[in-house]
Design a protein around this ligand. Structure first.
Ligand code: DX5
Ligand code: ZN
Length: 214
């Protein structure tokens, strides 16, 4: 299929039925499963850790796109890799030695991505482009689902697109993605859309995912 990849965020799923929810979005056409890990320190909310990733790993064979909103991240990389994370995304703001952290993810045999908060410029990834296959542009301040899309981030996506050039690096957007905002992000250069409430609060999931794909 053409169009952007869709990565439903299980942050907005029914946690009491999480395994079923992962299976359901997988069968509904999700390309990746997006896992939002929060520590109550880097972001003002707490979600889950590697044991939950391990528990839901059998529920989908698709890419577990693991977004670590934790500081420090380095002590936990191995646990998430062993639990079944396919890609580990760290925040540029959460790690002092970003290049070293990305090398550690590669040494664990996992794909590496870097996430940028809304106030962080695209230049934060300028010297690590050879170590990543994805940049995650936060279009909300991370911590909660259901927040409003920040349109000022579209300029950052455009600038990243130009910086990336012909490298095999995807731009993913996360936060406030709806059928209305998705085309704006895609037009600016994003090729992966994370969506929490726009999938899990708008069943049936196959229709919700199709609506985001455009
Ligand atoms: C924000 C998380 C997002 C969030 C998106 O802190 O990283 O993945 O779940 O939720 P929606 O799509 O509802 O904005
Ligand atoms: Zn996320």
């Amino acid at each position: 299929t053409t169009g952007p990849l869709i990565a439903p965020s299980i942050l907005s799923a029914d946690f009491a039925r999480l395994g079923e929810e992962v299976r359901a979005v997988d069968e509904a056409g999700a390309d990746w499963i997006h896992l939002d890990v929060m520590d109550g320190h880097f972001v003002p909310n707490i979600t889950f850790g590697p044991e939950l990733v391990r528990a839901i790993r059998p529920c989908s064979a698709k890419c577990f796109d693991t977004h670590l909103m934790i500081a420090p991240a380095d002590p936990y990389l191995e646990a998430f890799a062993k639990a079944g994370a396919d890609r580990i995304i760290v925040h540029a703001e959460a790690t002092t030695h970003l290049d070293r952290t990305l090398q550690a993810i590669a040494a664990l045999g996992r794909r590496a991505g870097v996430s940028l908060n809304p106030a962080t410029p695209e230049s934060a990834v300028a010297y690590v482009l050879d170590r990543i296959d994805l940049v995650l542009v936060m279009t909300v301040n991370p911590g909660f689902g259901g927040q409003a899309f920040l349109p000022g981030q579209l300029e950052k996506i455009r600038r990243l697109r130009a910086m990336i050039g012909d490298r095999a690096i995807r731009i993913e957007v996360d936060g406030g993605i709806t059928p209305e905002t998705a085309p704006l992000a895609v037009e600016a250069g994003a090729s992966v859309l994370v969506a929490g409430s726009a999938v899990f609060a708008r069943p049936p999931y196959d229709r919700a995912i199709a609506a985001l794909r455009g």
